[in-house]
Design a protein around this ligand. Structure first.
Ligand code: MSP
Length: 546
């Protein structure tokens, strides 16, 4: 039986383009966390998909001479194809043009309006369509059009036609707006938000980003505009049909629209995964909007940093946008997952480099894990001597205590018992903190130790010695058993390959049992392994081509 619910979300992606390698980061992280929660007993809801009521998409459709809904339909299916192509196992997907979402957002807008949290005002200022955000002077930078260089806004700069104020992320001049808007009284929630942060010191992780958010809130929270008069596409305000809801106001509520099924009880979300550029919307606006409409707060927000390619912002116009599905087809999904999750700290920007991705994969999955598996399999087959009837049964090792005392006198095996328990404990601590890099790091360093153990024992020498037949069985069983534990842990990241490994060891029901929440039980399964034939290398090396 599942114990309780776990709800995880990715940002919903804008559809003026197709997701690139940077976008895939959030979805791959969410997918791994969701899988771990599932195998360890939670009923998981994992939502994702597209943010469609954005001006960017409207402009794109116009640019292509297309009717907006036809454009959005095509883009939504292209986005879905990316997540399906990467085997992201979401359970719910949402388009913000769906009726259920429109209906729900109108309801919450009406609630906040009735509460007195929404009022009419004139917005006079700037708006960056690229960010879909209102901008102030100090959010902008100067751009020298001749050199294409940006520099901070300061009084010392002599303004000329050549120097314009732009959004630092999109390098475009913001629109100048003066229109009737509705505003949300964010200032009413200043105290509430400060309290929320105090009571939940891990509301936003990693901590650095949280500190920035806290500092921002402490300065002063301005009310913000939640509607646009000049836009016509989007969700119309129930109390003024001439106005369309600001895209962020509508988009954030996607997280609850997907929970509207009365049979399910998933809100509040356990974890929102968001990029560092959209943390303020999630950590400041969102709690206030929720509170105003009488909803509970999400439990935690995990913030991810940015990828560049060739140290440049990823953009279609620069031609450096890598398609994650193409990349996975060229190499493998595991290579992409491993590289994104093990080579970069979540709290740092990183440069995506194809060569490094290959080197990482070759070192960790092909060599460190793959070679060890091969050694165990090849030697086991030799030991059995009859390729097709091979199996290896070590009854005397089927209890927990005996497992850990195997071979004790020979290599001081007790030394290893804490090693594996320590490994599992660290792995579980890290994953419970959603620290996926650390999970992979400790797994590969544990595998280093196993490789070292094999090097010390040299079972390939023992096999030549008739007196060592018992000992070699112990060594191989031990290695196989510990590899099995590593595979269980790595199932979170590489489910397809790990399942192939289980099948090769004749652990045929493992996938099913994992999908039915038996991770913990399987850790102490102590199975009998059958190795029937030599395996193809499950993680073959990739050559680096210049
Ligand atoms: N539609 C909003 C999110 C609304 S959620 C209620 C949005 N969409 S987006 O398509 O622009 O970005 C989606 C996510 O991808 C964001 O978390 C963003 O930070 C992330 N990334 C976009 N480019 C990225 C990189 N180059 N690297 C890493 N993450 C990137 O914002």
């Amino acid at each position: 039986m599942a114990k309780n619910n776990f709800f995880i979300t990715t940002p919903i992606y804008y559809t003026n383009g197709i997701p690139h390698i940077g976008h895939s980061y959030s979805s791959i992280i969410a997918d791994c966390i969701a899988r771990y929660q599932k195998i360890t007993g939670k009923k998981v809801k994992f939502s994702t998909w597209v943010d469609e009521n954005s001006q960017k998409a409207v402009l794109k459709a116009e640019e292509q001479g297309m009717d907006i809904m036809s454009y959005l339909d095509i883009m939504a299916s292209k986005h879905k194809a990316v997540w399906d192509g990467l085997w992201i196992q979401y359970t719910d997907f949402i388009r913000t043009t769906e009726d259920r979402h429109h209906k729900f957002v109108r309801e919450v807008l009406q609630k906040s309006y009735d509460n007195g949290d929404i009022y009419e005002w004139v917005y006079e200022g700037m708006y960056c369509v690229g960010c879909e955000a209102f901008k102030k002077d100090d959010d902008l930078v100067y751009l020298n059009k001749t050199t294409n260089k940006t520099f901070p806004v300061s009084k010392d700069v002599v303004i000329s036609d050549n120097i314009i104020k732009v959004c630092p992320d999109h390098l475009t001049e913001p629109q100048i707006l003066k229109e009737k808007n509705y505003f949300f009284k964010l200032s009413n929630y200043q105290k509430y938000i400060e309290e929320l942060y105090k009571k939940n010191p891990e509301f936003v992780v990693p901590n650095d980003r949280f500190n920035e958010v806290i500092a921002f809130v402490e300065r002063w929270l301005d009310d913000f505009s939640i509607s646009r008069e000049t836009n016509k596409f989007g969700i119309h305000l129930p109390f003024d049909e001439e106005q369309v809801a600001y895209v962020w106001y509508d988009a954030l509520f996607n997280y609850i629209t997907v929970c509207q099924n009365w049979q399910e009880d998933f809100w509040p979300a356990d974890l929102h995964i968001v990029g560092k550029d959209i943390i303020r919307f999630h950590a400041i606006y969102w709690p206030a909007m929720l509170k105003s409409a009488w909803y509970e707060m999400p439990k935690q927000i995990l913030t991810t940093w940015f990828f560049t390619v060739n140290w440049q912002k990823i953009s279609k116009s620069l031609g450096n946008a890598i398609d994650p599905v193409e990349f996975s087809k060229k190499y493998s999904k595991d290579l992409l997952t491993l590289y994104l999750l093990s080579s970069f700290n979540i709290w740092q920007d990183g440069d995506f480099d194809e060569k490094q991705a290959i080197l990482t994969y070759n070192a960790k999955l092909a060599n460190n894990l793959g070679n060890l598996v091969n050694r165990v399999v090849v030697l086991s087959l030799k030991l059995q001597n009859e390729t097709w009837k091979l199996y290896w049964q070590v009854d005397e090792f089927l209890t927990e205590d005996s497992l850990f005392s195997i071979d004790e006198d020979l290599v001081g095996f007790l030394k290893w018992k804490p090693t594996i328990l320590d490994y599992l404990e660290k792995f579980q601590n890290s994953i419970n903190k959603y620290d996926l890099k650390s999970c992979l790091d400790i797994t590969f360093s544990f595998l280093d130790k196993l490789n070292k153990f094999a090097d010390i024992k040299q079972p390939w020498q023992m096999i030549k010695d008739d007196d060592k037949q018992e000992e070699i069985r112990n060594v191989l069983y031990t290695l196989a058993e510990w590899l099995r534990i590593v595979w269980l842990a790595l199932y979170t990241f590489f489910p397809v390959k790990m399942n192939e490994m289980f099948v090769k060891l004749w652990l045929l029901d493992y996938k099913n049992r994992l999908e039915n929440w038996e991770f913990e039980k399987l850790l102490v399964d102590f199975p009998i392994f059958f190795i029937k034939e030599k395996w193809e290398n499950l993680f073959s090396r990739f050559e680096i081509k210049d």
